[in-house]
Design a protein around this ligand. Structure first.
Ligand code: ATP
Length: 233
Protein backbone atom coordinates (compact mmCIF):
# COMPACT_ATOMS: atom_id res chain seq x y z
CA UNK A 1 0.00 0.00 0.00
CA UNK A 2 1.19 3.51 -0.79
CA UNK A 3 1.12 5.99 2.06
CA UNK A 4 0.63 8.94 -0.30
CA UNK A 5 -0.22 9.26 -3.97
CA UNK A 6 -0.35 12.65 -5.64
CA UNK A 7 -1.73 12.95 -9.17
CA UNK A 8 -1.55 16.04 -11.36
CA UNK A 9 -1.51 18.45 -8.44
CA UNK A 10 -1.79 22.13 -9.38
CA UNK A 11 -1.78 25.38 -7.46
CA UNK A 12 -1.40 28.72 -9.22
CA UNK A 13 -1.25 32.16 -7.65
CA UNK A 14 -2.22 34.34 -10.58
CA UNK A 15 0.60 33.97 -13.07
CA UNK A 16 2.81 32.15 -10.54
CA UNK A 17 2.68 28.42 -11.09
CA UNK A 18 3.61 27.43 -7.54
CA UNK A 19 2.77 23.76 -8.12
CA UNK A 20 2.47 22.90 -11.77
CA UNK A 21 0.94 19.50 -12.44
CA UNK A 22 3.09 17.26 -10.26
CA UNK A 23 2.61 13.55 -9.61
CA UNK A 24 4.50 11.36 -7.17
CA UNK A 25 3.96 8.75 -4.50
CA UNK A 26 5.49 7.77 -1.18
CA UNK A 27 5.64 4.18 0.05
CA UNK A 28 4.85 3.27 3.61
CA UNK A 29 7.98 3.55 5.73
CA UNK A 30 9.80 5.54 3.08
CA UNK A 31 11.55 8.88 3.60
CA UNK A 32 11.17 11.17 0.59
CA UNK A 33 12.79 14.59 0.31
CA UNK A 34 11.50 17.44 -1.81
CA UNK A 35 14.70 19.28 -2.69
CA UNK A 36 14.85 22.58 -4.50
CA UNK A 37 15.70 26.27 -4.45
CA UNK A 38 13.62 29.09 -2.96
CA UNK A 39 10.21 29.40 -4.55
CA UNK A 40 10.32 25.94 -6.16
CA UNK A 41 6.92 25.01 -4.70
CA UNK A 42 8.01 22.67 -1.90
CA UNK A 43 6.10 24.36 0.92
CA UNK A 44 2.99 24.79 -1.19
CA UNK A 45 3.03 21.07 -2.02
CA UNK A 46 3.47 19.98 1.56
CA UNK A 47 0.87 22.42 2.89
CA UNK A 48 -1.71 21.17 0.40
CA UNK A 49 -1.02 17.63 1.58
CA UNK A 50 -1.36 18.75 5.20
CA UNK A 51 -4.68 20.40 4.41
CA UNK A 52 -3.37 23.89 5.17
CA UNK A 53 -3.82 25.16 1.59
CA UNK A 54 -6.37 24.37 -1.07
CA UNK A 55 -5.31 22.81 -4.35
CA UNK A 56 -6.61 24.12 -7.65
CA UNK A 57 -6.84 20.64 -9.10
CA UNK A 58 -5.37 17.16 -8.88
CA UNK A 59 -5.93 14.12 -6.71
CA UNK A 60 -4.49 13.06 -3.37
CA UNK A 61 -4.70 9.56 -1.96
CA UNK A 62 -3.77 8.59 1.58
CA UNK A 63 -3.38 4.86 2.24
CA UNK A 64 -5.00 4.18 -1.15
CA UNK A 65 -8.09 6.25 -0.29
CA UNK A 66 -8.88 9.34 -2.33
CA UNK A 67 -9.04 12.32 -0.01
CA UNK A 68 -10.72 15.58 -0.97
CA UNK A 69 -10.20 17.26 2.36
CA UNK A 70 -8.32 16.27 5.49
CA UNK A 71 -11.02 14.54 7.48
CA UNK A 72 -10.80 13.38 11.09
CA UNK A 73 -9.47 9.95 10.22
CA UNK A 74 -6.61 11.30 8.11
CA UNK A 75 -5.85 14.05 10.61
CA UNK A 76 -5.13 11.38 13.20
CA UNK A 77 -2.72 9.59 10.89
CA UNK A 78 -0.62 12.52 9.70
CA UNK A 79 1.80 14.65 11.68
CA UNK A 80 2.12 18.32 10.84
CA UNK A 81 5.13 20.20 12.09
CA UNK A 82 4.47 23.80 13.06
CA UNK A 83 6.86 26.66 12.53
CA UNK A 84 9.18 27.57 15.39
CA UNK A 85 7.40 30.91 15.56
CA UNK A 86 4.03 29.29 16.34
CA UNK A 87 4.75 28.83 20.05
CA UNK A 88 3.70 30.87 23.05
CA UNK A 89 6.94 31.94 24.63
CA UNK A 90 5.68 31.98 28.22
CA UNK A 91 4.49 28.37 28.15
CA UNK A 92 6.88 25.63 29.23
CA UNK A 93 7.96 22.81 26.93
CA UNK A 94 5.61 20.47 28.76
CA UNK A 95 2.66 22.86 28.58
CA UNK A 96 3.32 23.39 24.88
CA UNK A 97 3.17 19.66 24.18
CA UNK A 98 -0.05 19.40 26.18
CA UNK A 99 -1.53 22.31 24.26
CA UNK A 100 -0.77 20.72 20.88
CA UNK A 101 -2.06 17.34 22.00
CA UNK A 102 -5.28 19.16 22.93
CA UNK A 103 -5.62 20.26 19.31
CA UNK A 104 -5.98 16.58 18.46
CA UNK A 105 -8.45 16.07 21.31
CA UNK A 106 -5.79 14.04 23.02
CA UNK A 107 -4.62 14.14 26.57
CA UNK A 108 -0.98 13.20 26.87
CA UNK A 109 -0.33 11.03 29.88
CA UNK A 110 2.90 11.45 31.84
CA UNK A 111 4.62 8.54 30.13
CA UNK A 112 3.85 9.73 26.60
CA UNK A 113 4.94 13.23 27.49
CA UNK A 114 8.21 11.92 28.88
CA UNK A 115 8.80 9.75 25.81
CA UNK A 116 8.16 12.65 23.46
CA UNK A 117 10.43 15.14 25.19
CA UNK A 118 13.13 12.51 25.57
CA UNK A 119 12.90 11.50 21.93
CA UNK A 120 13.86 15.04 21.00
CA UNK A 121 16.32 15.33 23.90
CA UNK A 122 14.39 18.02 25.73
CA UNK A 123 13.91 15.99 28.91
CA UNK A 124 15.91 18.44 31.00
CA UNK A 125 14.02 21.36 29.47
CA UNK A 126 10.51 20.03 30.14
CA UNK A 127 9.83 22.79 32.66
CA UNK A 128 11.69 25.56 30.82
CA UNK A 129 9.77 28.31 29.13
CA UNK A 130 9.79 28.37 25.35
CA UNK A 131 11.41 31.81 25.40
CA UNK A 132 14.50 30.35 27.05
CA UNK A 133 15.15 27.68 24.41
CA UNK A 134 17.93 27.91 21.84
CA UNK A 135 17.14 27.79 18.11
CA UNK A 136 18.03 24.11 17.95
CA UNK A 137 15.92 23.28 20.99
CA UNK A 138 12.98 25.19 19.52
CA UNK A 139 13.30 23.27 16.29
CA UNK A 140 13.24 20.02 18.25
CA UNK A 141 10.14 21.22 20.09
CA UNK A 142 8.62 21.94 16.68
CA UNK A 143 9.28 18.31 15.79
CA UNK A 144 7.13 17.22 18.73
CA UNK A 145 4.16 19.04 17.23
CA UNK A 146 4.36 16.59 14.34
CA UNK A 147 4.47 13.62 16.70
CA UNK A 148 1.90 14.23 19.44
CA UNK A 149 -0.81 12.27 17.65
CA UNK A 150 1.53 9.32 16.99
CA UNK A 151 1.09 9.69 13.23
CA UNK A 152 2.03 7.19 10.55
CA UNK A 153 3.00 9.91 8.08
CA UNK A 154 5.11 12.89 9.16
CA UNK A 155 5.49 16.09 7.16
CA UNK A 156 8.55 18.19 7.91
CA UNK A 157 9.02 21.52 6.15
CA UNK A 158 12.68 22.51 6.24
CA UNK A 159 13.33 20.85 9.59
CA UNK A 160 16.89 22.17 9.93
CA UNK A 161 16.91 25.52 8.17
CA UNK A 162 18.80 28.10 10.21
CA UNK A 163 20.41 25.59 12.56
CA UNK A 164 24.13 25.27 13.19
CA UNK A 165 25.77 22.00 12.09
CA UNK A 166 25.58 20.39 15.51
CA UNK A 167 21.91 21.24 16.01
CA UNK A 168 21.24 20.02 12.47
CA UNK A 169 22.86 16.65 13.17
CA UNK A 170 20.74 16.35 16.30
CA UNK A 171 17.54 16.78 14.25
CA UNK A 172 18.84 14.30 11.68
CA UNK A 173 19.32 11.69 14.40
CA UNK A 174 15.72 12.18 15.54
CA UNK A 175 14.44 11.80 11.99
CA UNK A 176 16.52 8.65 11.62
CA UNK A 177 14.97 7.28 14.81
CA UNK A 178 11.50 7.99 13.42
CA UNK A 179 12.44 6.21 10.21
CA UNK A 180 13.60 3.18 12.20
CA UNK A 181 10.21 3.19 13.91
CA UNK A 182 8.68 2.72 10.45
CA UNK A 183 7.24 6.20 10.00
CA UNK A 184 6.63 7.51 6.50
CA UNK A 185 8.28 10.92 6.14
CA UNK A 186 7.96 13.61 3.49
CA UNK A 187 10.32 16.49 4.13
CA UNK A 188 11.39 19.59 2.27
CA UNK A 189 14.93 20.84 2.26
CA UNK A 190 17.39 23.13 0.54
CA UNK A 191 20.28 20.96 1.60
CA UNK A 192 21.59 18.22 -0.64
CA UNK A 193 23.55 16.83 2.31
CA UNK A 194 20.35 16.49 4.31
CA UNK A 195 18.51 14.74 1.48
CA UNK A 196 21.45 12.41 1.01
CA UNK A 197 21.63 11.48 4.66
CA UNK A 198 17.93 11.04 5.35
CA UNK A 199 16.01 10.25 2.20
CA UNK A 200 15.46 6.97 0.43
CA UNK A 201 14.34 8.98 -2.57
CA UNK A 202 14.63 12.58 -3.64
CA UNK A 203 12.28 14.64 -5.80
CA UNK A 204 13.90 17.74 -7.20
CA UNK A 205 11.48 20.63 -7.64
CA UNK A 206 11.97 23.78 -9.63
CA UNK A 207 9.40 26.32 -10.79
CA UNK A 208 6.54 24.15 -9.58
CA UNK A 209 7.65 21.04 -11.45
CA UNK A 210 9.39 17.85 -10.39
CA UNK A 211 12.37 17.93 -12.71
CA UNK A 212 14.11 14.77 -11.51
CA UNK A 213 13.64 11.95 -9.02
CA UNK A 214 15.57 9.00 -7.72
CA UNK A 215 18.12 8.14 -5.09
CA UNK A 216 20.71 10.83 -4.49
CA UNK A 217 23.33 8.86 -6.38
CA UNK A 218 21.09 8.22 -9.35
CA UNK A 219 20.50 11.95 -9.48
CA UNK A 220 24.15 12.85 -9.22
CA UNK A 221 24.84 10.60 -12.18
CA UNK A 222 21.98 11.84 -14.31
CA UNK A 223 22.17 15.57 -13.61
CA UNK A 224 24.64 18.21 -14.47
CA UNK A 225 26.65 18.50 -11.22
CA UNK A 226 26.92 22.27 -11.42
CA UNK A 227 23.20 22.86 -11.33
CA UNK A 228 22.85 20.20 -8.66
CA UNK A 229 25.31 21.85 -6.31
CA UNK A 230 23.28 25.06 -6.52
CA UNK A 231 20.71 23.50 -4.20
CA UNK A 232 23.21 22.97 -1.43
CA UNK A 233 24.08 26.62 -0.77
P1 ATP B 1 11.23 28.17 0.05
O1 ATP B 1 12.28 27.14 0.00
O2 ATP B 1 11.72 29.56 -0.11
O3 ATP B 1 10.29 28.00 1.21
P2 ATP B 1 9.36 26.77 -1.65
O4 ATP B 1 10.00 25.82 -2.59
O5 ATP B 1 8.79 26.21 -0.41
O6 ATP B 1 10.37 27.94 -1.30
P3 ATP B 1 6.79 27.97 -2.06
O7 ATP B 1 6.83 28.69 -0.76
O8 ATP B 1 5.90 26.80 -2.17
O9 ATP B 1 8.27 27.54 -2.49
O10 ATP B 1 6.43 29.04 -3.19
C1 ATP B 1 6.27 28.69 -4.57
C2 ATP B 1 5.89 29.93 -5.34
O11 ATP B 1 4.57 30.34 -5.00
C3 ATP B 1 6.79 31.12 -5.08
O12 ATP B 1 6.95 31.84 -6.29
C4 ATP B 1 6.00 31.94 -4.10
O13 ATP B 1 6.32 33.31 -4.19
C5 ATP B 1 4.56 31.66 -4.54
N1 ATP B 1 3.62 31.76 -3.42
C6 ATP B 1 3.60 30.96 -2.33
N2 ATP B 1 2.56 31.29 -1.51
C7 ATP B 1 1.91 32.31 -2.12
C8 ATP B 1 0.76 33.08 -1.78
N3 ATP B 1 0.06 32.84 -0.66
N4 ATP B 1 0.39 34.05 -2.64
C9 ATP B 1 1.07 34.27 -3.79
N5 ATP B 1 2.16 33.57 -4.18
C10 ATP B 1 2.58 32.61 -3.35
Amino acid sequence: MKAIIVKNLKKYYGAVKAVDDISFDVNQGEVVALLGPNGAGKTTTIEILEGLRKKDSGEIYYFDRKVDHIDKEIKKRIGVQLQKTAFFEYLTVQETVELFAGLYDMKVDKKTLKNLVELVSLGEKAKSRVKNLSGGQLQRLALITALVNEPEIIFLDEPTTGLDPQARRYVWQIIETLKKQGKTILLTTHYMEEAERLADRVLIMDHGKIIASGTVWQLVESLNMDSYIEFTV
